[in-house]
Design a protein around this ligand. Structure first.
Ligand code: 9MR
Length: 345
């Protein structure tokens, strides 16, 4: 066969074997440089010893959420002592990389220190302890942490307020008080309410959005809503994702898609067709990102992923199942959803 013809046949064969374009991308580009809004990732500093982790976090993202180390049990382990060292190191690293720090979280029903759970005191002492907890942390990070998830997950799935220590001792007003105390300690910080299942559970979403809109109308220093978006390839529906993101934007608050991950195996099946699942995962991410891009830019605080690679995701541990919810695979290589995201930004 003449050489030119051979080359032609080879080229035809090579292009026929080409993978679909959604799977074909490298890491030359950077997510945040492609985007008109910040792109974030939840990090666990113990992984920074892996060069692939460190490089991806600094090259691809311009916003950092500490996955655990800013939570009460980490920062405030004893009544009269705070543990800043690990958090300060993360802040310094982010500053070097010119990344925003999104503080997560001041008030939550989980990851509370034992001393706080066992605290004994009058109503006034509980309130003083609550105020001191919030204000010590906000003051310490003043000017370094751009925003706080002041309250995390205060609502039950039926739209009522969750009962836990702060509500038991301070009443429903603990929510407003938390925002006021945080604002007093750091008036420049943006203050968020953060919760999960707001796309799938329409009843909860309505309760949360109505509640936050009222707080905002009454002049409470609340700047944003975090919609976590721990979702799966088969739920919520595309319509639910679109309506949830649109409804969040209609509150006039900043909207943070704060903890995005997309489970590919919510029903814990075996024998997964990963290629097919990863393409479906990319399509779901596309729905999320397009809905977010449709918001007016003044409400786009950013999209943050809840972990960097599948190997780092909380889902495997928590649900004890095989799953691949994030942008990068176990070897820190980009998956179809990373490639789709780069295309869409
Ligand atoms: O990803 C976090 C995991 O490492 C912790 O063990 C867990 C403790 O409950 O919290 C996880 O993060 C949660 C976040 O702080 C709030 N929204 C739900 C997240 C996943 O559970």
């Amino acid at each position: 066969m003449p050489r030119a013809l051979l080359t032609f046949v080879l080229l035809i064969l090579m292009s026929a074997c080409k993978k679909p374009s959604s799977e074909e991308c490298g890491l030359e580009k950077s997510l945040y440089q492609q985007a008109n809004f910040p792109l974030g990732v939840a990090v666990d500093p113990t992984y920074f010893s892996l060069p692939q982790y460190d490089t991806l976090v600094s090259k691809q993202f311009n916003s950092i959420t500490p996955e655990n180390i800013f939570k009460p049990s980490y920062l405030h382990p004893q009544e009269n002592s705070f543990f800043w060292w690990e958090a300060d190191n993360l802040v310094a690293r982010a500053q070097q990389n010119k990344q925003r720090i999104h503080g997560h979280t001041l008030i939550w029903h989980k990851q509370l220190p034992i001393w706080m759970l066992n605290y004994q005191g009058t109503k006034a002492q509980w309130e003083a302890m609550f105020k001191n907890h919030i204000q010590s942390i906000c003051q310490h990070f003043k000017g370094k942490v751009e925003a706080w998830d002041v309250i995390n997950e205060a609502f039950n799935e039926d739209g009522t307020l969750r009962n836990f220590i702060w509500r038991q001792h301070l009443g429903d007003a603990y929510i407003e008080k938390a925002f006021r105390y945080a604002h007093e300690a750091d008036p420049q910080a943006l203050l968020f309410y953060n919760d999960f299942n707001l796309a799938y559970n329409e009843r909860k979403r309505a309760a949360v959005l109505t509640f936050l809109s009222k707080l905002k109308q009454r002049g409470l220093p609340i700047d944003g809503i975090g919609m976590q978006m721990h979702i799966a390839i088969n739920y919520p529906s595309r319509g639910q994702i679109n309506s949830a993101i649109q409804a969040a934007g209609e509150t006039g608050l900043l909207v943070h898609l704060s903890e995005v991950d997309i489970s590919v195996n919510p029903f814990n099946k075996g024998d997964l067709d990963k290629e097919e699942l990863f393409n479906r995962q990319a399509d779901v991410l596309a729905t999320v990102v397009l809905a977010y891009k449709a918001l007016p830019s003044r409400y786009q605080y950013g999209i943050s992923f809840w972990g960097l690679s599948d190997a780092n995701s909380w889902i495997r541990d928590f649900y004890q199942r095989e799953d691949y919810p994030l942008l990068f695979d176990d070897f820190y290589q980009p998956k179809a959803c990373y490639c789709k995201l780069i295309d869409l930004l």
